[in-house]
Design a protein around this ligand. Structure first.
Ligand SMILES: [Zn+2]
Length: 327
């Protein structure tokens, strides 16, 4: 068990070697993290106290680094500190967390970092409960609950402004992000993707709870809210970036996607041309492309294209849509 004397020693001399190291550039982290996750973990930010439900969450389970997924804390070591930040008495392993002396803001504190990827987690203080006496005061944003059942699916069906607006309204959908997948260069810009030269499709990445909405349901809704029978085109939008595509993450998902397409084929007059491709990488689009419809309901494109799609979708999938309170 680590005690304050060990923490001081680590911070002053050297930290224990991690099992392995994850090193990425700031640009790469920016792609993978939300703005807030990036601000806190990579720029040493601090979240507002009491801003996360994780503070009052004491179910069994483990907590991993939001950046690299390394296990950091066990739920059994979590305690109610009353500070408004999730607090732990011990890390999962002696080498899970690294410690640095932090003299910012005119204080001397010990910063806690993920020892695998150097993500800023929070600080450690010597005022925790016995027997360790330690209080790991963490940003909830830096942590993810492991064993959480959420999954991701990525697909394209034309302009991502439309598809994002649709899926954000479904029960069981936790997050929808717009971006690019399936191309042949790293970190493409919107302009590059629009040129059609990079091979990327405009896609959305959906984080969902499979207990509430199934993989099949999401594909079904995807197929019925865009036109999967036109190659590289959605209405007036023409180009490979608008192709209809479903990315799978394993062989099981691939087969299930094929099955849904087969099942749906008879409802379409023409052949479904939707591609089924192995997911490789998702590049998040700039923030002005996220939540485009919600932020720009008056824009002409939204009025003409997105609004009627949403109307149709609301009628078709009434029972799957979140109530006002949930959304
Ligand atoms: Zn990490």
């Amino acid at each position: 068990m680590l005690k304050w004397i060990d923490i001081i020693r680590f911070a002053n001399y050297s930290n224990p070697a991690p099992d392995h190291k994850v090193v990425k550039s700031a640009a790469e982290w920016k792609q993978e993290l939300t703005d807030e996750e990036f601000r806190i973990t990579r720029l040493k930010g601090t979240e507002r106290a009491h801003s996360s439900e994780m503070c009052s969450y004491f179910e069994p389970g483990k907590y991993a680094c939001i950046c690299c997924g390394s296990l950091l804390f066990d739920g059994g070591e979590k305690f109610e500190s009353g500070t408004g930040w999730p607090s732990f008495m011990q890390p999962m392993a002696e080498n899970a967390v690294a410690y640095h002396k932090d003299i910012s803001f005119g204080m001397v504190r010990i910063e806690a970092l993920c020892n695998t990827c150097d993500a800023h987690l929070g600080h450690v203080f010597p005022d925790g409960p016995a027997p360790s006496g330690l209080r790991y005061c963490m940003n909830a944003v830096s942590l993810q609950k492991v064993g959480s059942k959420t999954r991701k699916i990525t697909f394209g069906g034309g302009c991502f402004w439309c598809t994002e607006a649709i899926f954000g309204q479904l029960k069981g959908v936790e997050k929808v992000e717009s971006g690019y997948s399936g191309g042949n260069i790293s970190n493409p810009t919107y302009r590059e993707v629009c040129s059609g030269m990079t091979g990327h499709a405009e896609v959305i990445e959906i984080t969902y709870d499979p207990d509430e909405i199934s993989f099949e349901d999401l594909i079904l809704i995807h197929l019925s809210t865009h036109n999967p029978t036109t190659s590289n085109r959605q209405g007036a939008d023409v180009g490979t970036q608008y192709r209809s595509i479903i990315f799978y993450r394993n062989a099981d998902e691939k087969q299930r996607a094929i099955d849904v397409l087969k099942e749906m084929q008879p409802s379409f007059g023409e052949n479904i041309v939707t591609q089924i491709a192995l997911f490789e990488q998702f590049y998040k689009a700039d923030s002005d492309h996220q939540d485009y419809y919600a932020n720009n309901p008056e824009a002409q494109y939204c009025e003409v294209v997105i609004h009627p799609k949403l109307q149709k979708f609301r009628i078709l999938y009434k029972e799957k849509i979140k109530s006002e309170k949930q959304s």
